[in-house]
Ligand binder design. Structure first.
Ligand code: HEM
Length: 122
């Protein structure tokens, strides 16, 4: 049966639901969870709300350099593939519409940029 709770992604509350749902999955994922074990969630989640609200809603509240937080992580392409899979799955479980599509394409694009910068594409 279709998920009747799927809605248009359009508000700050939607972004918070997306981010909370995504990291709930990450914490349950055997491949990604160990990479997030040290994370201070009450500090990290509001940063991620700002990041995605700036990307998708024009909020201009995120100020930071995301790549710097990733450049020394012990990650390979398979980690990024899992990240993108879980992120896109989370979007589709809750949302539809233009901004939902944009969230998925932005996530995929940034994952590809990080991998290029880390020289993971040979
Ligand atoms: C294998 C994939 C990834 C892993 C393992 C990963 C892991 C992490 C970790 C451990 C942090 C630091 C949290 C802290 O400060 O304690 C972080 C921060 C962050 N990540 Fe990722 N990440 C991944 C992919 C991505 C992608 C593809 C994006 C963008 C679409 C992204 C966006 C961010 C942002 C915006 C921050 C916050 C940076 C800041 O503090 O300003 N991450 N990530």
């Amino acid at each position: 049966m279709a998920n009747t709770k799927i809605k248009i992604l359009e508000s700050r509350a939607d972004i918070e639901l997306l981010v909370n749902s995504f990291y709930a999955k990450v914490k349950e994922d055997e491949l990604l969870a160990p990479l997030f074990r040290h994370v201070d969630w009450p500090a990290h989640l509001p940063i991620m709300y700002k990041f995605w609200a700036s990307m998708l809603l024009g909020e201009q509240s995120y100020q930071g350099s995301p790549f710097d937080k990733h450049k020394d992580l012990p990650v390979q392409t398979l980690h990024f593939d899992r990240w993108v899979l879980l992120f896109c799955e989370t979007v589709d479980e809750h949302f539809m519409g233009e901004k939902a599509d944009e969230a998925k394409s932005r996530g995929q694009h940034i994952a590809a940029v990080f991998q290029h910068k880390m020289n993971l594409f040979k």
